[in-house]
Design a protein around this ligand. Sequence first.
Ligand code: FDM
Length: 211
Amino acid sequence: MKVSTTPRGSLIVFEGCDRSGKTTQCAKLVESLQAQGEEVKLMKFPDRTTTIGTLINNYLQMSQELDDRVVHLLFSANRWEAIESMKKTLKAGTTLIVDRYAFSGIAYSAAKGLDLEWCRSPDIGLIKPDKVIYLSVNEQIMSERANYGNERYEKIDFQKRVHNIFLQLQEPYWQNVSADGSIDVIHKEINTIVSETIRDSKVKPLLKLWT
Ligand code: FDM
């Protein structure tokens, strides 16, 4: 059997409610890791560029109605269709910075009232992240940022429910980062966490989520 000697990349996932600054922080992180000489790639779920992603996009933009369970399974399928290429990328030594993953899948669907364990099941067996960075916005700031956009879930009460479910999903490989400070201070904190994670996961095997 051929054993790979290339140190693998890390799977770093960002989670949080809408407007928690994930997208900004992901972009800044990628830039600084590249400047440090790391091989790194940015990904985002949902990936709206695929056929499944187009259905999800239409749903989010309110141009199509879908049953809650159907859309939940589409979000999951949208991750499964990326999994082989993610595995290849990680094994080739490239770190993946991923803006939302299976935890968003559960939090948003369970916030609509679907059973949490039912929501988890289609994502069992995806690649387990080496680190989940949860950007948490306190309720006061969440309310101040209440001018959400026009997509389906962008409502303050819904976001609070989502946040509470995210808290239930936390596991030891999660790290909470307060999203209430300045962009640069948050970035510095994230950069330290991620640099350590990349260093520590180089020779660890890739594991499966929730198995
Ligand atoms: N979302 C995202 C879900 O409902 N399920 C999922 O599995 C994922 C990945 O889609 F409101 C929701 C979260 C958000 C919306 O996300 C689109 P972005 O990050 O705003 O594109």
